[in-house]
Ligand binder design. Sequence first.
Ligand SMILES: C[S@@+](CC[C@H](N)C(=O)[O-])C[C@H]1O[C@@H](n2cnc3c(N)ncnc32)[C@H](O)[C@@H]1O
Length: 343
Amino acid sequence: MAIVFQSDNFILLNHKEIVDSHYQGKYEIRREFFNINRSFKSDNTAGVKRKRRKMSTHEKNVLLEESLQKFIHKCKLAGYFEENGNEESNQASLEEASKVHNLKCSYPVLRGENNNNECIITKLQEEEYLFPPQCRFFQNDVKKIDDFLSSGEVFDLIVIDPPWWNKYIRRVKKANRNISYDMLYNDEIADIPVGRLNSTCSIVTIWCTNNKTHLNSIMTKFIPHWKLRYVAEWLWMKVTKVGKPVCDFADEEKKQPYERIIVAVKDSEETKCLSEKIPKDIILVSTPSSIHSHKPPLSDILKLYLPENPKCLEIFARYLQPGFTSVGLEVLKLQHVSLFNRL
Ligand SMILES: C[S@@+](CC[C@H](N)C(=O)[O-])C[C@H]1O[C@@H](n2cnc3c(N)ncnc32)[C@H](O)[C@@H]1O
């Protein structure tokens, strides 16, 4: 069950439980990854100085923070979050994540699928990976998607979490190649043939950082180029195990405790009804994992608006999901058996 608790437009998710639900009680993702006990210190003092110029973001964040606090209070009354939980360091969880980042740094072209209704473990290139039921993957460069996906194949849901080009990843990459990943320029992302891959009544979601250029690219380049219609901007609010934002709220160009999810549909007559049904201002709340850029699967929530047994595609994936075709250079990374416990 993806939704743990809901009040107004806030939805509490349990990332670990969503992942575990793919493995039929046989495996669980290790809970150490989700031991985010304490907010990370952020250097947002410059944001305070600029409050006057950036008032609109500041005001939005003040409202957001207030309504988040009210929501967390309701969650606590309903028995979620640790009321007086320990706020010890996140170090142990971060160390577990660094083992994942160090797993491997070369990704040969691979493809495969699990057609069974059971999850399975398979050895590939000397490493063991856990495969959820009914999944398919292409470890490949998305620029070659036309070569490895059958022509005419279309999907009802397309999830895109782009490797946005940014200085932070570049810096991390210089220091430790394994922790970061390859990045793409916005024009290269716009070139992905999303317009050809979506079915007549499809939903496309795009994860977006708080960088204005990225958001601008989605609105002015990707959406028109991919022949989509903008529907909503949802937020993913990251909180610690005691329900505090993982970092301070800040100016818009700085690190925020939230990321954005742009929800769009194919720009067609058939999707008019669909876009009205999709809620406009959802705020998803969860404790993130310590693995850099690890997003919670949203398919259970999005499936509420999709046909039965939808065909789903994730581009830039690092994990597999039942009912999904997953594409990415590191598509198996978070499926490595070392991330899971056998139950
Ligand atoms: C932001 S991360 C995705 C994180 C993922 N959604 C998760 O929750 O773990 C972007 C991914 O895109 C991959 N990537 C970068 N360039 C790519 C390309 N040209 N084709 C396919 N994948 C690419 C990176 O290696 C990285 O794994």
